[in-house]
Design a protein. Structure first.
Length: 70
């Protein structure tokens, strides 16, 4: 399995699926954590992706994947 952080083709494949980085940023930003669910869990629910992909998306856009509301 390829590492997404070093796979140079991953960005191009994602660009073909998403098309606009601003849309993807909006999905990650709007997956707000609650008191019981982390941002990764909310993003999983919104996108249907697994925890690893969601954590990488959070990190890519500068969000803490395991943040919870205090």
């Amino acid at each position: 399995m390829k590492n997404l952080t070093t796979d140079h083709g991953a960005k191009e494949r994602r660009q073909a699926i998403v098309g606009d980085e601003n849309i993807l940023w909006g999905v990650v930003a709007n997956a707000r954590p609650t008191r019981t669910k982390t941002r990764v869990q909310q993003l999983q629910k919104a996108t249907g992706n697994g925890s690893t992909v969601c954590a990488l998306l959070c990190a890519q856009f500068g969000f803490d994947p395991y943040e919870v509301k205090k």
